[in-house]
Write a protein that binds this ligand. Structure first.
Ligand SMILES: Nc1ncnc2c1ncn2[C@@H]1O[C@H](COP(=O)(O)OP(=O)(O)OP(=O)(O)O)[C@@H](O)[C@H]1O
Length: 714
């Protein structure tokens, strides 16, 4: 069971709050409602929309996003030659889940990457294309899993579901226990997952998306090579030299990756350095060789995942024949990104995940709480301010240039001389030691000191307090692969790999951006994308930590409701107005309802709106006029007005033969331009027709790009 709280919109109107508790039977119905409302808002407002799905790991974000996608795939019109776009959108899910999801302690199908998907619609509302942006895959899982967790699903699916012939060509045996990279978490069986069935689903999906059998083979070669790489072991010679003890494994890896075996062996046990312009080769010790092997496995898997997303994007891309209609295209974005995560041992990955959640909370504050309240102030509407915690202070602590945690981490990675994770921690203490949301063992006093170990720093996030162990921060941020390993991969005969290891990085030796900065920059871009759209929210709340149906842990739920800011949001919405619109847009749309304002109002806009609402009989408590906008308190008021408008449409065009023809053919709600034959010039029919035409063009569509109508988070 999961609870989802959502805000609904109709023609872009923030509506009342709905709390929907889903049970097995009605699973997904709520997601259809928000999908539908967002689609309608996009069409009537002609404004890009986005749906932000948030919640803790295991709360139901991915399930909700799949339902939303399903809704669009099934209900939106498609062009004849585009019938498979919806199908391809849907089929991208099993593929991305196979390669990017894994069993964790909190969720048997946890997304270990973030995903933002754009669905493009043409002016008739038909799906035209899609695009996926992926964020920070948890690559460390390829080589290590916590107890009770698994590696990415694809490894188990391949071993369980792959045909005998396929496994033979990959030199794999069916038992996952034979592979070191799969037994780190004790390789638990998961009753809720059928790897065999999922393998079938993934194979079919790859086909539907348009992967050729050659590409699939190359992809699986890489997956199998990672397993063989995990079984590649090293020995130490008498003089301390490192060598590979498992010849069969390494030749399997070389064959599957399409690289030269001896070059690979050399690159796994030696590193190339350039000192004073001269190239030197230095042997790696045992630990360094193990690290080089693991780094290669992570790099190969991570880059292959990016390639996979690229391929899916090519398949979803707007086709050339639709470019002409893309000018009028609208977009619905769907964000399903990792939720706030607190584990027993939180590392670099959790730091990035929780930073991302801080940013999303900032966005929520910006787009809803703050903008809502600021708007009342700007418009001169009397208003009782609702207090909320602004987490900007935490975002700054993490991301500020030169002074933030990410900058300090980058500096420590680049600084010459001896650096390590502990020196990073010390640097943090020196630089952000006094910050109210930052604590370390050294800085803590009393009780807190006991809960922060010497290798940890503690951040007081908006959603709770989290200790991060600095071990591995520098390595993960550096994300470096020895140069000679990159060279070997660049020369691979497997086109996926040679595509993933690019010339500028290998030959020109351009240093890639540090992982945390790269993540920070991609988040900044994401925020820009989301800010340009009208947001709707799906808030997923996890009912219990035991993955059990029908159990409702009140403390856990209360905590989530609190940190998601739902109560503040409720208060803002309740005290506020359900709808607001600029005077000109309101007048444009509803002017047919009042003889004084139809077909044109030539006086002051505010007076026109006053005349209109007086004629409609609005009561004083139902609305307020601001400086440039009308604010309507209850959705009911607006719906009554909308219904009156619907009823009025045929009457506006009364007496014109063309209206009757259009309405009898296509239904009276269709906003189709009148047919070319004109009524006699100067006749009342012609005047009615002209007024109608202009209203159809502007008023009925409420095209109002200047409006700051932000959906609430509920
Ligand atoms: N609406 C729902 N009704 C019943 N069960 C659900 C619902 N949503 C999710 N679940 C169950 O919860 C599990 C976790 O859901 P999901 O994978 O969507 O979580 P998530 O929030 O995306 O987690 P993560 O951040 O770890 O990826 C699902 O596999 C499913 O068993």
């Amino acid at each position: 069971m999961a609870i989802v709280i959502l805000k609904t919109t109709r023609i872009g109107i923030p509506l009342s709050v709905r709390l929907i508790i889903t049970t097995g039977k009605e699973k997904g119905s709520h997601s259809y409602a928000i999908s539908d409302n967002t689609y309608r808002a996009m069409r009537t407002e002609r404004r890009d929309q986005c749906i932000l799905i948030s919640g803790e790991s295991g709360a139901g974000k991915t399930e909700a996003s799949k339902k939303i996608l399903l809704y669009y795939a099934v209900t939106c019109p498609t062009k004849d030659h585009m019938v498979t776009l919806g199908e391809r959108l849907l089929q991208s899910n099993p593929v991305l889940e196979a390669f990017g999801n894994a069993k964790t302690l909190r969720n048997d199908n946890s997304s270990r990457f973030g995903k933002y998907m754009d669905i493009q619609f043409d002016f008739k509302g038909a799906t035209m294309g899609g695009h996926i942006l992926n964020y920070l895959l948890e690559k460390s899982r390829v080589v290590h899993q916590n107890h009770g967790e698994r590696n990415f699903h694809i490894f188990y699916q391949l071993l369980d579901g792959g045909e005998d012939d396929l496994l033979n060509t990959l030199n794999l045996v069916r038992n996952p226990h034979n592979y070191r990279y799969l037994v780190k978490g004790n390789c638990p069986r998961v009753s809720s997952i059928s790897d065999k069935n999922n393998w079938k689903a993934v194979s079919k999906a790859l086909d539907v998306i348009g992967f050729t059998s050659e590409e699939v083979q190359k992809l699986l070669n890489i997956i199998a090579s990672v397993l063989h790489l995990g079984n590649t072991l090293f020995g130490e010679g008498e003089e301390g030299e490192t060598y590979i003890t498992t010849e069969t494994q390494i030749s399997n890896v070389a064959k599957l990756l399409g690289v030269d075996g001896s070059a690979l062996k050399e690159a796994l046990t030696h590193k190339k350095l350039t000192a004073k312009g001269e190239e030197m080769v230095s042997p790696l010790n045992f630990e360094q060789a193990v690290s080089a092997r693991d780094a290669l496995a992570k790099a190969v898997y991570g880059r292959t995942f990016n390639w996979l997303v690229e391929k899916i994007n090519q398949s979803l891309a707007l086709k050339a024949e639709n470019y002409h209609s893309s000018k009028d295209a609208s977009v619905i974005g769907l964000l399903d990104i990792y939720g706030f995560e607190v584990l027993q041992h939180n590392s670099f990955e959790q730091f990035c995940i929780n930073y991302c959640n801080e940013k999303l909370q900032q966005l929520f504050i910006e787009l809803t709480l703050r903008s809502e309240q600021e708007e009342y102030e700007t418009e001169g509407i009397a208003w009782e301010t609702v207090q909320y915690f602004d987490n900007k202070i935490i975002c700054d602590l993490i991301e500020e240039k030169h002074k933030g945690i990410i900058s300090i981490l980058d500096e420590e990675c680049l600084r010459p001389g001896e650096t390590c994770d502990i020196s990073f921690l010390e640097k943090l203490e020196d630089t952000v030691g006094g910050h109210p949301h930052f604590i370390t063992h050294k800085l803590a006093t009393g009780k807190t000191r006991r809960i922060v170990s010497r290798e940890e720093f503690r951040l007081l996030h908006y959603a709770g307090e989290v200790n991060y162990n600095v071990n591995g921060f520098l390595d993960k941020n550096n994300d470096l692969l020895n140069r000679n390993l990159k060279e070997v991969m660049y020369q691979s005969e497997n086109q996926i790999l040679s595509h993933c290891f690019r010339r500028e990085e290998v030959i020109d030796q351009k240093r890639p951006e540090m992982a945390a900065s790269q993540f920070k920059n991609s988040l900044m871009k994401l925020m820009e994308i989301l800010m340009s759209k009208e947001p709707s929210y799906v808030r997923c709340i996890k009912p219990n930590d035991a993955k059990q149906p029908g159990r409702f842990d009140e403390v856990l739920v209360r905590h989530q409701v609190k940190y998601l800011g739902l109560m503040e949001n409720l208060r803002v919405r309740r005290a506020g107005f359900a709808y607001r619109r600029r005077f000109e847009a309101f007048l444009q749309r509803y002017k047919p309802l009042c003889p004084e304002t139809w077909p044109n109002w030539n006086g002051k806009l505010a007076d026109g709106v006053s005349a209109l609402v007086n004629h409609l009989g609005y009561k004083a408590e139902e609305y307020k006029l601001g400086r440039s906008k009308i604010f309507i308190r209850f959705p009911k008021t607006l719906f009554t007005t909308e219904d009156a408008l619907e009823a009025k449409k045929p009457e506006i065009a009364d007496g014109t033969w063309w209206w009757e023809r259009v309405s009898s053919r296509q239904g009276s709600q269709t906003l189709t331009p009148p047919p070319p034959q004109r009524p006699p010039p100067g006749s009342p029919e012609e005047a009615a027709r002209e007024a109608w035409k202009s209203w159809i063009r502007v008023g009925s569509r409420m095209k109002d790009p200047g409006t700051q109508d932000r959906s609430s988070g509920l």
